[in-house]
Design a protein around this ligand. Sequence first.
Ligand SMILES: [Zn+2]
Length: 237
Amino acid sequence: MTEILYMKDIESNYIREFDANVVERGFDYVVLDRTAFYPLGGGQPSDTGRLEWPGGKAEVREVTKKEGIRHHLVQNPELVPDKVKGVVDWDKRYGHMRMHTAQHIVSGVVYDLWKARTVGNQLYHDRSRIDFAPVKFTDEMVSELESKTNEILATGAKVEIETMRRDILMRDVDAQRANLDLLPKSVQELRVVKIAQFDTCPCAGTHVRSLSEIGKIKVVKRENKGKDRERITYELI
Ligand SMILES: [Zn+2]
């Protein structure tokens, strides 16, 4: 099992360099005993970066989590020594953190205004899209979504991470708004991301410590994706 360094608290999301030991070498990957690399999943792309050691380095081209957290390398894993320093490509990862935290707010606003749920999302460092249902947006609704979201972002509210029991969280939040009803019943201890009074939901992604790091959103596209399903694409400005 790999210790995931960004899970603990919000400050740990800012770890961009770390020391680790290689515990497994596969045909194109290594497994580490600890990592700050985010593996592909939950609508957030994999981190990239490199592993370094005295006299050498290997590029991490993708990180996956299907069977353990695998750091897929451009170079031959057999050349990587047991002790390495991991370095995450920070500009891209920080973009994901800003985009992902903004997504919590956008999804919350859409739910509060029109009771539509987030049914899919894909973020990138420079733009993101979210699918909502059931809803049919108009231009006026999109303006309202932008202004309400930007009003909340402008508060600069703090973002916190805590571990919470499922039954306790159930008492405090709307299960549909937090997508709690979609989590397997077997999961009882949850990593919960809390953005002041604006949003509380279980999430394993990476986030910024304050809404003041996001700026504003701008909706750049709106598409119908079938009956009652709409896709919004936004950028940060
Ligand atoms: Zn999240």
